[in-house]
Design a protein around this ligand. Structure first.
Ligand code: KG4
Ligand code: ZN
Length: 326
């Protein structure tokens, strides 16, 4: 059990089609869909990995933060398996799992590191003294970066989720055509405010009458995408003035964005720092990053070999509760 292995299977069943008509995730529909598909997804994942349930050493489920109904479906399902097969159950933090995605593909990330998590629910900056030792140094005070992209796409009737739709439509656009002033915190904090950037975008939309069929749509979206990337990196640059780092990590669903990936790498190079970004598949929500973190915890404890410890881990697993936020 040395280090993290590559996943034997990683099944992602997207719910995008179900939520698309609403332009955002509908919590009730999300948990109902989880309930309907979890059995099939687990079976498919075991089948592709050619593994039987009875061969599993430990189970894991995301504990939070997230939508409580969906979290409870996964956690209850995992509790059932752990109890039936008498194996340890690990409750995994969603944020830690997103950061773990970077370590799955890169074993030698130098510390200290700064990690920027950008998703639909989070825009947070962490300082990592070592693996799994996170301290939060900045977070969004309102919208997350992905949420801002999703809301602008929804406002322009472009489809859902907004991030990939905007990326596609912005491909040929001129990112300099529409200037965006970056929001500034009045204090010296490293927090973000994407609601400010979203308001600036809405103002431009009204002023220039931008719509889904406007000839300057691609330029506008490229400019907005660029502003999101610039704002993230601007804050990262300010963080580096107060937090020492040997390397920079970018993760979360928005880290799939090519413009952001490229500017992140350029930025790191200019700072003479190493940069690490998980491959696109491991950036979006996925079970492999959750399993990988549990695998680390299991290996770390070595306790799965000791029957009494296993019993304790099963009991503590059954006590786990989902949390919507930290
Ligand atoms: O990490 P994730 O899969 O789920 C959450 O934990 O939120 O992130 C989803 C977010 C959505 O806001 C989506 O629009 C955004 O990631 N996203 C992108 C891209 N692909 C997904 N944003 C920009 N460019 C993309 N290619
Ligand atoms: Zn996520």
């Amino acid at each position: 059990m040395e280090g993290v292995q590559s996943p034997l299977s990683n099944i992602v069943l997207s719910q995008d089609e179900i939520h698309a008509p609403f332009g955002g995730v509908v919590p009730e529909l999300a948990s109902r869909q989880h309930l309907k598909s979890i059995g099939y997804v687990v079976e498919e994942s075991l089948g592709r990995a050619r593994v039987k349930l009875r061969d599993i050493d430990a189970f894991a489920a995301t504990q939070g933060p997230g939508l409580i109904g969906s979290l409870l479906v996964g956690l209850s399902f995992a509790k059932g398996l752990a109890y039936y097969f008498q194996k340890p159950l690990f409750g995994i933090d969603h944020v830690e799992a997103h950061i773990e995605a970077a370590f799955m593909e890169h074993k030698d990330i130098p510390f200290p590191a700064l990690a920027l998590l950008v998703s639909g629910g989070h825009t947070s900056l962490f300082s990592l003294a070592k693996k799994l030792s996170l301290s939060l140094i900045g977070k969004t005070r309102d919208d997350a970066a992905g949420e801002a992209l999703d809301k602008i796409a929804k406002f322009l009737n472009l489809g859902y989720p907004g991030g990939p739709v905007i990326e596609k439509l912005a491909e040929e656009g001129d990112p300099k055509r529409f200037p965006f002033a970056l929001p500034r915190m009045t204090d010296r904090s490293l927090d973000f405010s994407f609601s400010g950037l979203k308001t600036a975008a809405l103002k431009q939309i009204k002023e220039h009458r931008i719509s889904a069929s406007h000839p300057a749509l691609a330029d506008f979206l490229a400019s907005f995408e660029e502003a999101v990337a610039r704002y993230l990196l601007d804050n990262l640059a300010r963080s580096l003035q107060v937090h020492r780092a040997e390397s920079l990590i970018l993760c979360g669903g928005v880290a799939r964005n090519k413009r952001l990936r490229l500017s992140f790498e350029d930025f790191a190079r200019a700072q003479a720092l190493k940069s690490f970004i998980p491959s696109a598949r491991l950036c979006s929500d996925n079970a492999a990053m959750v399993g990988a973190l549990a695998f680390e915890k299991l290996g770390e404890s070595g306790e799965y070999r000791d029957a009494r410890k296993v019993r304790e881990l099963i009991l503590s697993g059954l006590d786990l509760d989902a949390y919507p936020r930290k």
